[in-house]
Design a protein around this ligand. Sequence first.
Ligand SMILES: N[C@@H](CCC(=O)N[C@@H](CS)C(=O)NCC(=O)O)C(=O)O
Length: 252
Amino acid sequence: MVQTKRITLYASVDSPFPHRVRLALEEAKAKYDIIWIDLIAKPEWFEKKVNKAGGKVPTLIYGGGELHEDEEPSPDAATLVESLVILEFLADTFPEAHLLPADPLLRARARTFYMFIETKLIVAFLGFIFATVSADDMLALLETIQGMLPPTGYVVGEWSIADAAFSPILLRWVHSLENGLAMFTPETVKQSRDAFNSPRFDRLRKYLEDNVARPSMSKTYDREALEKTMVRRLERFRKTGVITSELKMPLP
Ligand SMILES: N[C@@H](CCC(=O)N[C@@H](CS)C(=O)NCC(=O)O)C(=O)O
């Protein structure tokens, strides 16, 4: 894989957004460094020195030398934010990896799909975890997404950044039903699990299995670490109503 500049990714274990980027980096067989950011005790230096526009992960530094915590990237390095933008950048930077198909129509289809995930699924998923979106609504949305998939394979046939955009969220939803690390009720869990394991979702289950079987997923998904962070995140939510630095709900 041709790669001319150093890549440093700032990521957190629980967030699906840096996970998207790691999937693409692994699929591209890119060489990259990771600096982990604990979002619940976010270090001040991250926003002051690295991502001055909000201190969010993922942040990808392209160029410059090796970076350590509490260190400002060199001025000749580029700072990239927004997971979908970074996915597109990686598809352009690693053309041999075919992170997007060559056919313009398939490329458009991949982008339409990830925009749907971005505008509909992200909000619904957060709402589901924090109990403002019902099991029925979440299942109906997942059924719509399932309907966008081809009969076999990935979103546009071959694996692409559309799958990187979707699979980290789907996986977290399924695992939240297994570990109960969310604010929803046991009835919601049962209804959602029964539905997901029924023939209604055969295609989506197979799609998830196919993604989980890829080395890029096994290398980037640390379920145990994620669950530990979710416990802390839910504790903070119960005490303060804070979901993320931008999202807060009034406590009852
Ligand atoms: N639209 C952004 C979303 C990134 C985002 O919201 N990241 C959250 C983690 S889930 C974050 O870093 N929040 C900063 C904080 O909680 O302090 C993307 O796709 O990259």
